[in-house]
Write a new protein. Structure first.
Length: 97
């Protein structure tokens, strides 16, 4: 299972809206060249793999922390927290019994 988030909705803190988070059981070897299932390409949405989204923010946090200090880096912690909480809520709302 892979989880994807709408890159545009992350930037404006709207991951709570419908269709901002998607799950794929699709084989990644058959992904479109942009890194998500080809059938999603026609949606016109820039999807980002959750793992990659968090990895980038962890890297940016560490990099900024080392060069500019905690105050500058703290924003990335908030972004990661928001993404994680949004995905947790999505997963809880979509549990199957």
């Amino acid at each position: 299972m892979r989880i994807f988030i709408d890159l545009n909705k992350v930037e404006i803190n709207e991951l709570h809206t419908d269709n901002a988070i998607r799950i794929s059981e699709h084989d990644p070897n058959n992904d479109h060249e942009v890194g998500y299932p080809e059938e999603w390409f026609s949606d016109g949405v820039a999807w980002e793999n959750l793992k990659d989204a968090l990895d980038w923010r962890v890297f940016s946090f560490n990099d900024t922390l080392n060069f500019s200090g905690y105050e500058e880096a703290e924003t990335y912690l908030g972004d990661m927290s928001y993404i994680i909480e949004s995905v947790q809520n999505f997963m809880n709302d979509n549990k199957t019994t």
